[in-house]
Structure formats: C-alpha cells, structure tokens
Write a protein of this length. Structure first.
Ligand SMILES: NC(=O)c1ccc[n+]([C@@H]2O[C@H](COP(=O)([O-])OP(=O)(O)OC[C@H]3O[C@@H](n4cnc5c(N)ncnc54)[C@H](O)[C@@H]3O)[C@@H](O)[C@H]2O)c1
Length: 386
C-alpha cells in the first residue's frame, strides 16, 4: 500500500474538521475516500467532491472503499463500530474517549488484540502540542526530580445551555456516559496520565447539573494520589467564566507552571528533600532560578496525529497516542464520578464492572427530558487549545 484510503464515520463538529484538513492535503500519503453520517444533510458537499457517501456506518465499514476509519460519532458507538472495523481488517483512529466507559474500552482493546497488525490510534491531539511535549521531556529527563504534587485547575471549558441542547446525546448518561470529565477535559486527563502515569487512587467530588439543565457532572474537584506518595488536585467545570487553566507540577528539583500560554520552570539549585536533610539552618530553602520555556502551539494538531497514524500503517512508525492508552483517561473520568456517587475513595485500577452497573442504574433511573434545538454555528476550533 502506498496511500491510505480513509473513511470518516460521524460528520458532526469534529468529523467535519478531520475531513477539512484531509481534503486540503495536510496529511501526506492518504486520501479521504468515504464519509458517513446518520444526518444526510451533512453529506452532500462531500459527494460533490468525489468522496463516497454512506448513511449507514456498517455499509461504509464493509464497502472496501477504505483501509482505515476515523470514528467521530457519539461515545457509545466508538466501541461497537470500532470492533466492527477491526473485524473486517480496517485500521482505526477513534475519537476520544475511546469508549463511553471502561468496560467498553476493555472490549475494544480485546478486539484489537485479535488483530494486532492493525494500527489503532486514539485522537489525543494534545500529545503533539509542544507545551506538553516539553513538560514531558523535562519530567523524563529528571529535571524536576521526583514528582511530589500536581494541581490542574482546568475550568476553561465554559459551555452554555445551547451547547447541551445542540444534540440529543450530549450530557446524558445514556448518550454520552458522563459530562465534563468524559467529554471536554478528557484530553487533559490523558495528558495527566501520559506525563505522570496513572494515580493509585482518587476521591472525586462531582456536582451533577450544577450549572446547566443536564444530568451529568459539570463541576468537579478530584483528589489524586500516586504510588510514590505524590498528591494532586484536578478541578474542572463547564460553568465557570472566564475560567482558568493553570497546570502546576512540583518535583523535588523544580516546579513547572503552565498558565496563560506561558510555561515557566523554576529550578532548585539542590534537591529539596536532600537540602532539608542536610541544611544546618531551619528557615532557609534551596536557591532557585526561574525561566520561561518557550514553545509555539501546533498549527493543526489533529493532522499531525493523523500523519503519525498514516505513517504507522505504511511504515510501522510508533504511534504517539495508541488507542489502548485511551483506557486510562476513560478510567480516570469514570473513577472520579464513581467515587463521588459512592462517597468513597476509588483504588485504581478500578472495577470496570462496578462502574458499568452504576452507569446502567443511572441510565435506568434517568428522568431527564432532553430538549434539542437548532443552535447557531460558533467557533468550534477555538475549543482545541486547553
Ligand atoms: N479530538 C477533539 O478535538 C474532539 C473535538 C470534539 C469532539 N470530539 C469527539 O468526537 C466525537 C463526536 O463529537 P462531535 O462534537 O463531532 O459530535 P456531533 O454531535 O457534532 O456529531 C456527531 C455526528 O455523528 C453522527 N452519527 C451518530 N451516530 C452515527 C452512526 N452510527 N453512524 C454515522 N454517523 C453517526 C451524527 O449524525 C452527528 O453528525 C465525540 O466522541 C467527541 O468527544 C473530539
């Protein structure tokens, strides 16, 4: 194969975005050959451009018109359609979250295990953003020493009622499986575990429908603890304006703060624990110097991740965001809500069956009557830079 034929299933906000940069030729050695949506009005433009159109995902999957698919549907279909794609030998790039809940993610991963030669990527485009790549390099290079504390106030995800009313699936247990954790800041949860590994436990405090007429969480504070004793707090909301995005990582040798588009690194002249043990004075602390770590934002991060996916198919290049990694962010999102509902700390890895049972109960007991309305188009792409 010299070029990968790509199909997109789900032509809403993000499906259209993927189609846009693919048709503009921003990803080499591939072409968009098919698109599918259950909303036929979203397809006419593509037919005019010579792209095959499908109203049914299984027809696209079985069509032999594609070598790989991007699944950009609502969350629950990621698992069923992803498994169907693997079964007919298609490479898969699945939108985040890889599944609506951890048990489904396990099923998708098991299906890939039966077809390990197929490339399986997760659309976690923050992994190609230079600011996070630089943080990762500093942590991995030992510049921070041992990590002791992490705080991420990640409330810059404001959404109005119109957003939730724009589709029936949004912000429902049945259609989405969760709220701000599983949808908006799932990228940040992926980054958190990509940088620092999975915590050992979490205690979540989630408010359901605090700011909106929805049944899922829209305001969250979660405590995290890692096996080495490092502690963390993750705060998120879709109801806070203007909201904040401050990411603070403290290690024994230095502190990183990412805020307002700047990454600042304060380097301790000595490891603080070592200093504490050996200093002869009780009030002094290690000398420190602060400097800015410059970065530029990625221009089309989704396209960069797709190029890596295409290279993985054609050349066996290592995936930057393997789909299997996607289970971790799903698990963090699930565990924070589960902990909040049970008012108990959740040890990780959590029981996927226990959360699935709770989720099914929430679905069965749901009394929400969702009102869907036509909303004005707005700058969807502005939501990418978190
Ligand atoms: N990576 C990112 O930056 C990013 C950004 C936004 C959304 N997303 C993710 O992408 C997915 C879609 O989000 P969205 O905002 O585009 O949603 P959306 O509601 O705008 O679009 C979903 C589309 O899928 C179609 N659809 C539903 N079921 C289908 C099926 N079985 N077959 C074919 N089409 C089907 C609907 O008709 C709709 O057009 C979600 O998982 C979301 O979390 C990712």
């Amino acid at each position: 194969m010299k070029s990968v034929r790509i199909g997109i299933i789900g032509m809403g906000n993000i499906g259209k975005h993927h189609a846009g940069y693919l048709l503009e030729g921003k990803v080499a050695r591939c072409q968009l050959t098919a698109v599918c949506s259950t909303s036929p009005d979203k397809l006419a433009d593509y037919a005019a451009k010579g792209v095959k159109i499908f109203g049914d995902a299984m027809e696209l999957i079985r069509s032999k018109a594609v070598d790989a698919v991007i699944i950009a549907t609502p969350h629950y279909q990621h698992t069923t359609l992803g498994i169907a794609a693997f079964e007919v030998g298609l490479h898969l790039m699945v939108e985040k979250p890889i599944s609506a809940h951890k048990a489904d993610a396990e099923k998708l991963i098991a299906a890939h295990r039966l077809n390990p030669k197929l490339a399986f990527g997760g659309m976690f485009q923050l992994r190609v953003e230079p600011r996070y790549e630089k943080i990762r390099a500093l942590i991995r290079g030992g510049d921070l020493g041992e990590i002791v504390r992490v705080n991420w106030v990640n409330t810059d995800w404001f959404r109005g009622e119109a957003y939730y009313a724009s589709s029936a699936w949004r912000a429902t247990w049945k259609g989405e499986g969760g709220g701000v954790l599983l949808n908006q800041c799932l990228h940040n949860l992926d980054v958190l575990q990509w940088l620092l590994g999975m915590p050992a436990r979490t205690r979540g405090f989630c408010q359901l429908g605090r700011f909106h007429q929805i049944e899922v969480e829209d305001n969250v504070t979660a405590y995290l603890e890692w096996a080495n004793g490092a502690t963390g707090v993750f705060v998120s909301s879709t109801g806070e304006a203007p909201g904040a995005n401050r990411f603070e990582i403290v290690g024994t040798r230095g502190t990183l703060v990412l805020e307002n588009g700047k990454l600042m690194f304060t380097r301790n002249a000595a490891d603080m624990i070592e200093f504490s043990r050996t200093a002869k004075t009780g009030f002094s602390k290690p000398d420190a110097t602060t400097g800015e770590v410059p970065f530029t934002n990625a221009t089309v991060p989704h396209a960069t991740l797709m190029q890596n996916f295409v290279n993985a198919i054609l050349d066996g290049e290592k995936l930057i965001a393997p789909g299997v990694d996607g289970i971790h962010s799903v698990e963090l999102a699930n565990a924070m809500v589960f902990s909040s509902l049970t008012k108990e700390t959740v040890e990780l890895p959590m029981s996927s069956a226990a959360w699935e049972a709770k989720l099914n109960q929430l679905i069965a007991e749901s009394k929400l009557e969702k009102k869907v309305m036509q909303v004005q188009a707005s700058d969807f792409a502005s939501s990418f830079r978190k």
